[in-house]
Design a protein around this ligand. Structure first.
Ligand code: FES
Ligand code: FES
Length: 166
């Protein structure tokens, strides 16, 4: 008998779990989604980030009961029909990761930033990304990848506008 229903990456999951279980544990242990990572477990590093209602949320401190019914997106949900999201592609093009442990949080936090602010300045990027920690110090490459993704998004939007005008 299930007592929690979660919508993750477009799929609905009925789960029999303690409603106070942190969302991160359910994503990783029950749903097998390995994108979100356990870093600090205290809401301080960002490794466990997911997107809920358009905001970057630290899943290690969010009980499952608090996110029932909300659309939850994990790193696994960014690519569509086998095509990487422009942010993922930018991460590859700029060769951002080193050990990779923090990169789930970096990519999803960057996505939320660009969704809210499609052309962020360097200062705005630094401010938005400041709480998502990287022990390998990939911060400059993260900044470059965000700017690259912003350009890709702008070109795609311009292309769509041109098509619409034809
Ligand atoms: S593991 Fe959630 S913020 Fe560090
Ligand atoms: S790439 Fe190693 S912690 Fe960020």
């Amino acid at each position: 008998m299930s007592n929690i229903t979660l919508k993750v990456n477009g799929k609905t999951h009925a789960l029999d779990v303690d409603p106070s279980t942190p969302l991160l544990y359910i994503l990783r242990n029950d749903l097998g989604l390995q994108g979100p990572r356990f870093g600090c477990g205290l809401g301080q590093c960002g490794a466990c980030t997911v997107i809920i209602k358009g905001e970057a949320v630290r899943s290690c401190i969010r009980p499952a009961s608090a996110v029932q019914g909300a659309e939850i997106t994990t790193l696994e949900g960014l690519a569509q029909d086998g095509v990487l999201h422009p942010i993922q592609q930018a991460w590859i093009d700029e060769q951002v990761p080193q050990c990779g442990f923090c990169q789930n949080g970096q990519i999803l936090t960057a996505k939320v930033l660009l969704d809210h602010n499609p052309t962020p300045t360097d200062a705005e990027i630094r401010e938005a990304m400041a709480g998502t920690l990287c022990r390998c110090m990939t911060y400059y490459r993260i900044q470059a990848a965000i700017k690259r993704a912003a350009k890709t998004n702008a070109s795609a939007a311009a292309g769509a506008r041109r098509k619409g005008a034809l």
